[in-house]
Design a protein around this ligand. Structure first.
Ligand code: BG6
Length: 315
């Protein structure tokens, strides 16, 4: 954990007495992370505006994952085989990692917390692999939110393991019909609504007028989500995560989810940095390290240059 006079890390109780960590930065931004799922449930800018969506019906109770924020999908994205949907990392209680191995490059800016997940005997029965999953959640001085994952194979039986992964980020948007996503045009995707058939996205930015559940493949490192009504642009920068899921359940699926309000689909959009198409294999002793960095900037920042190639090329 990092701490100085002007920034802080607080460990406190959240909903239903579940432990959470609050990160606060000098200029007023903040983030909250539950030990349950290592789940980021809040990310606020310097004005105190919430940038992530969490459902008003979210159930903060093991073993149901929290609906909203940033669930971690590991060791599988989706619902394949006998493992639970999106894996078990999002519904296990993580611990605070007080002595993590150094994370290089050693950036000391910002305030952060290190969390750790190791499998229990019960977990080993459903997924027979030893691992150490270290997650660092960092709130940068400018309010950016960084999630760095390090997953290590600690098997002693000499066996490799294979997994898929996603940071299932729920962004808060003012009105989904006013939102567009730039950076995924012309890329191939698997359509989850059509048995994962493969298609190629058109040349225009993505807009929303019905249910969307697509896995874009081998995408660039930057994706922009433009919220016209809020005049805000989210920028997702991803490192080591080739794929990007875009999901909005729309009205029918919203009604079918017990932990999601009927109209809440209008105010959220999931854009998920992921590794799905090509599963990751780790041999014993090997470690996989990936990162997602989120920033929220006034749209005027990009005004006149909403040409995706420009937005996405600028640093
Ligand atoms: C998305 C998937 O990532 O997560 C969707 O692409 C899925 O197919 C959605 O419905 C929500 O999943 P869950 O398990 O959190 O309800």
């Amino acid at each position: 954990m990092s701490e100085t006079e002007n920034k802080s890390v607080e460990i406190t109780k959240g909903v239903n007495g579940l432990e959470k960590i609050i990160l606060r930065e000098i200029r007023g931004s903040s983030a909250e992370v539950y030990l349950y799922g290592a789940h980021v449930t809040s990310w606020k800018n310097e004005q105190g505006e919430e940038l992530l969506f969490v459902s008003s019906k979210a159930i903060f109770k093991p073993s149901k994952p929290i609906r909203g924020g940033i669930p971690i999908c590991f060791p599988q994205f989706s619902n394949m085989g006998s493992l639970e949907a999106h894996g078990f990392a999002r519904n296990r209680v993580w611990t605070i990692d007080t002595d993590p191995p150094p994370l290089l490059p050693n950036v000391t800016d910002g305030v952060f917390v290190d969390l750790l997940l190791k499998p229990t005997e019960e977990d080993l029965k459903i997924w027979p692999h030893s691992f150490e999953y270290r997650l660092r959640v960092t709130l940068g001085p400018g309010g950016d939110l960084m999630l760095t994952s390090r997953i290590r194979n600690t098997n002693t039986d000499g066996k490799a393991f294979t997994f898929t992964f996603a940071y299932h980020t729920y962004f808060s948007v003012s009105d989904i019909s006013e939102v567009r996503v730039e950076g995924l045009e012309t890329f191939d995707y698997l359509d989850n609504l059509k048995n994962r058939e493969r298609y190629t996205e058109q040349g225009d930015a993505i807009t929303f007028e019905s249910e969307v559940d697509k896995i874009y493949l081998s995408t660039p490192t930057k994706i922009a989500i433009l919220d016209h009504e809020k005049k805000r642009t989210f920028v997702v920068r991803k490192d080591g995560l080739p794929d990007a899921v875009v999901w909005n359940p729309w009205d029918k699926k919203a009604k079918a989810m017990a932990d999601f309000g009927d109209d809440e689909y209008k105010h959220m959009l999931c854009v998920e940095a992921a590794a799905i198409e090509k599963p990751i294999t780790l041999k014993p002793g090997e470690e996989w390290k990936v990162r997602q960095e989120l920033s929220a900037v006034p749209s005027s920042y990009f005004s006149g240059q909403l040409d995706p190639s420009k937005v996405l090329q600028s640093s």
